[in-house]
Design a protein around this ligand. Structure first.
Ligand code: ATP
Ligand code: MG
Ligand code: MG
Length: 551
């Protein structure tokens, strides 16, 4: 898969290969299995896999599973499914937890070198002692324990002699460092918890900042690509690589994370939306998760092209969500069959059409891709049109159906509105029209012109269908930091989902989950894999046809 144009990471890799620093590059995608992947992760996937592919390198999928409290097999499985679906194949599948013994040994090495110590301060005290940006930190009273005492205590920590939080192992660096991350960071903590991979084997777990460089080194990762929040961690990353004496020397490089307007992109928040039932699971079509986008109808091609177009840089602004929509329209334009669907039906009776007659009309499956061929659609005396395509008292410039006006029915005939039938409350329940057999589509009729073309479905043969229409789940453009006293949940759009019942063409009877269509004048829709049944298809709106977005 060809990666996008040049960028600073590509330049570094090219130089490292040319100078002979590396003869093969290895990258990794390192998700923590504590949630489902979201579109932000897709950026990291495209960068890591894409770069390695371009340089004939390798990419590992590595589960960064060093925190037993939040991780789960469900997430491990979904992450693999999503990476594959996006179109990538990993070389090795790794679990950071498989390296616990090795990490433990490296921690022991640090202790032996006088570079790590067991601390009895509580988490709160450690935070307090750490100081601030303007104030140096304070040394722990336990900082000068002897190497022997530290070795003994650390072993007993592993053996389970202490309770959660009673002790930690800290790197011994510099409590007055201007970089707070270098003020004796905690590298091991006690957690009596069952781990999804190692079970009850361990009750001490390495901290992310210590574990990550070791994981990279163990796998021979050459370029460890992460987002810019980790820039301040780089000195400690390098410290670990140096003092743990790892054979391979990975290099951390940061790039700006992907942010999208009207989109929350943190697993913590996405989890909250799921757990508090704001949405119908991690794969709800409104979710920015890979599984949600898939169920909504986005394609891997569209996601990849979108992510590539956002580029690779140090900066991390907000990308307009309309840009993602642009790419899925582009991708589906030639692939998706066209069809007609009525979202809000209004019955039309064509009074001069013979009662029992049905004729089959020809229609292109995709006028932009002739190879897709033709379909046949039935036409008879009663049809459904959209409620909004009829107005009894239209404003100026309304070119659709109104009393006395003539419009074209897509693929069929001109019809003229002759009469309106209302119920007791005055609501229009039926429109009576006449058709002109001379005007049949495809016959080259040029006798007169009409301004409006509307779509329809034959009433007798129509298949009932459900349509699910979506608006952004989050109303705030740049969902970023939380305003005072408010959380992102206050910005959840109460109208993000609308479910309506309509009709589709009879040849849509046997649609399969995940099939995508362009409904004439409405937009692109995907067959929902969860709620569709053979009796009644359910269509998720992927995107409408109109876009204000320009690349
Ligand atoms: P979140 O903050 O959304 O919970 P995370 O960074 O904690 O995500 P990880 O599972 O640790 O999630 O992420 C795996 C990789 O994906 C990391 O290298 C991380 O930097 C990258 N990643 C996560 N979010 C984004 C994003 N919005 N843009 C680019 N890369 C991202
Ligand atoms: Mg993380
Ligand atoms: Mg996170």
């Amino acid at each position: 898969m060809e990666q996008n144009s040049s960028n600073f990471i590509r330049t570094i890799i090219t130089e490292d290969l040319e100078s002979g620093k590396h003869d093969k590059i290895i990258t990794r995608f390192p998700p923590e299995p504590n949630g489902y992947l979201h579109i932000g992760h897709a950026k990291s996937i495209v960068i890591n896999f894409g770069l390695a592919d371009d340089f004939n390198g390798k990419t590992n999928l590595r589960f960064d599973d060093t925190n037993p409290l939040k991780e789960d097999q469900e997430f491990v499985d979904s992450i693999q499914e999503d990476v594959k679906w996006l179109g990538y194949e990993w070389d090795d599948l790794r679990f950071a937890s498989d390296y616990f013994e090795e990490m433990y040994n490296r921690a022991v090495l640090l202790i032996k070198k006088g570079l790590a110590y067991v601390d009895d301060l509580s988490a709160d005290e450690i935070r307090e002692y750490r100081g601030t940006l303007t104030e140096p930190g304070k040394e722990s009273p336990y900082r000068d324990r002897s190497i022997e005492e530290n070795l003994d205590l650390f072993e007993r920590m592993r053996a389970g002699e202490f309770g959660n939080g009673e002790k930690v192992l800290r790197a011994k660096i510099d409590m007055s460092s201007p970089n707070i991350n270098m003020r004796d960071p905690v590298i091991y903590r006690i957690a009596h918890a069952t781990h999804h991979n190692t079970g009850d084997k361990w009750c001490i777990y390495p901290m992310y900042a210590f574990a990550h460089p070791l994981e990279d080194a163990i796998e021979g990762v050459t370029h460890s690509l992460c987002t810019t929040e980790f820039e301040d961690q780089r000195p400690f990353y390098n410290w670990v690589i140096e003092h743990c004496e790892t054979e391979s020397k990975p290099r951390q490089i940061e790039f700006g994370r992907l942010n999208i307007t009207n989109t929350v992109m943190s697993k913590r928040k996405l989890k909250q939306l799921v757990e508090e039932n704001y949405v119908d699971g991690w794969d709800d079509p409104r979710m920015p998760t890979i599984s949600g986008l898939r169920r909504r109808g986005f394609t891997p091609e569209a996601i990849r092209e979108f992510v590539k177009a956002t580029g690779v840089s140090k900066g991390s602004g907000f990308v307009d969500s309309a840009m993602l929509e642009h790419f899925v329209r582009e991708d589906l334009k030639l692939k998706a069959p066209r069809t007609m669907g009525i979202l809000r039906p209004l019955k039309v009776v064509i009074t001069n059409y013979p009662e029992d007659q049905v004729e089959m009309l020809d229609a292109e499956i995709n006028p932009e891709n002739e190879e897709m061929g033709m379909r046949q659609i039935p036409f008879s005396r009663e049809i459904y049109i959209e409620q909004e395509d009829f107005m009894e008292n239209p404003p100026k410039k309304y070119f659709r159906l109104f009393p006395g006006n003539e419009v074209r029915l897509k693929h069929a005939y001109f019809i003229k509105c002759e009469d309106v039938i209302k119920d007791e409350d005055g609501n229009v329940v039926e429109v009576h029209c006449t058709y002109d057999p001379e005007t049949k589509s495809g016959t080259g009729f040029t006798g007169r012109k009409v301004k409006g073309t509307i779509h329809w479905v034959d009433a007798k043969h129509a298949v009932p269908a459900e349509f699910r229409l979506y608006e952004p789940l989050i109303l705030d453009e740049t969902e970023d930091e939380e305003d005072e006293g408010k959380t992102f949940l206050d910005k959840v759009n109460p109208r993000s989902l609308e479910i309506i019942q309509g009709f589709v063409e009879p040849n849509m009877k046997d649609v399969k989950p995940q099939e995508k269509f362009q409904f004439f004048r409405h937009g692109y829709f995907n067959v929902d894999p969860k709620y569709s049944t053979p009796e009644k298809p359910v269509f998720n709106l992927i995107v409408s046809l109109k876009s204000s977005f320009k690349l």
